[in-house]
Design a protein around this ligand. Structure first.
Ligand SMILES: C[S@@+](CC[C@H](N)C(=O)[O-])C[C@H]1O[C@@H](n2cnc3c(N)ncnc32)[C@H](O)[C@@H]1O
Length: 229
């Protein structure tokens, strides 16, 4: 799909076709990264088509605040911000990916994406409406998925990070949307329902359809209300 055919409410900020040529071709988009990082794309960064489908599901209105949990080099955030009216933030623990993300965003002139260098375990989800995860934690339990040794690998981290995400997602309001790409989805609490899958079931679109046990009683009442009210 050519870049110029996509609608965005931030028209003044959208780079011209010259600045962002063929952004929707994976191999060309990935050229914006240094060679030392580019080769990771096939395995570790979401394909452009997947980013677009996920972002379109997550952004339900202009300004929806989307968090990419483990954003790598910021590819999902960049494509999401370019193709929807959402506000995208990514958190990434590896410094070299954060640097590559900032350089890519600068190169494409995408100023409205925020990349945070940090660990998801230290973040509250209160400031976000919707969430994206491309299998961020399994490298701790599956050595074949290990990106590098910049951060400590330990099965305990898998448990801790998964639990943190689960607990944070439980606290989000009814109708919260999440997209997972690959992974066993252990981060998704039972109060979320998978409403659609794509790409042979690797992409899953989730909505919080039931109150979680710790939810405010008002959430239960809210859940009972007819949709029109
Ligand atoms: C498979 S990559 C996905 C990247 C990006 N979301 C995408 O779809 O293109 C997962 C990323 O999550 C990051 N990550 C894993 N655990 C993390 C944590 N606890 N906090 C922040 N980032 C984390 C990894 O460093 C890696 O870059």
């Amino acid at each position: 799909m050519p870049a110029h055919s996509l609608h965005s409410p931030r028209t003044p900020c959208i780079p011209s076709d010259e600045e962002l040529p063929h952004v929707f071709e994976d191999h060309e988009f990935d050229q914006s990264y240094p060679k030392s990082i580019r080769h990771l794309s096939d395995c570790h960064w979401s394909p452009v088509e997947v980013c677009q489908m996920a972002a379109q599901f997550l952004v339900v209105e202009p300004g929806t605040r989307v968090l990419d949990i483990g954003c790598g080099t910021g590819k999902f955030c960049a494509i999401g911000a370019h193709t929807t009216a959402g506000h995208f933030t990514g958190v990434e623990q590896r410094g070299r990916f954060v640097k590559a993300a900032h350089e890519m965003l600068h190169r494409y002139g995408i100023a409205w994406v925020e990349i945070v260098h940090g660990n998801i375990a230290d973040m509250s989800f209160d400031a976000f409406d919707a969430f994206y995860l491309f299998n961020p934690f399994e490298e701790h339990i599956l050595p074949i998925l290990r990106v590098d040794d910049e951060v400590e690998m330990a099965p305990q981290h898998y448990d801790d990070y998964t639990l943190h995400v689960q607990q944070q997602l439980e606290q989000r309001p009814m109708a919260t949307r999440v997209v997972t790409y690959y992974g066993c989805c252990a981060e998704i609490p039972e109060c979320y329902t998978c409403v659609k899958t794509a790409y042979d079931g690797t992409l899953k679109l989730w909505i919080k359809t039931q109150p979680c046990l710790d939810d405010d009683p008002e959430s239960f009442a809210e859940a009972e209300k007819p949709a029109a009210e």
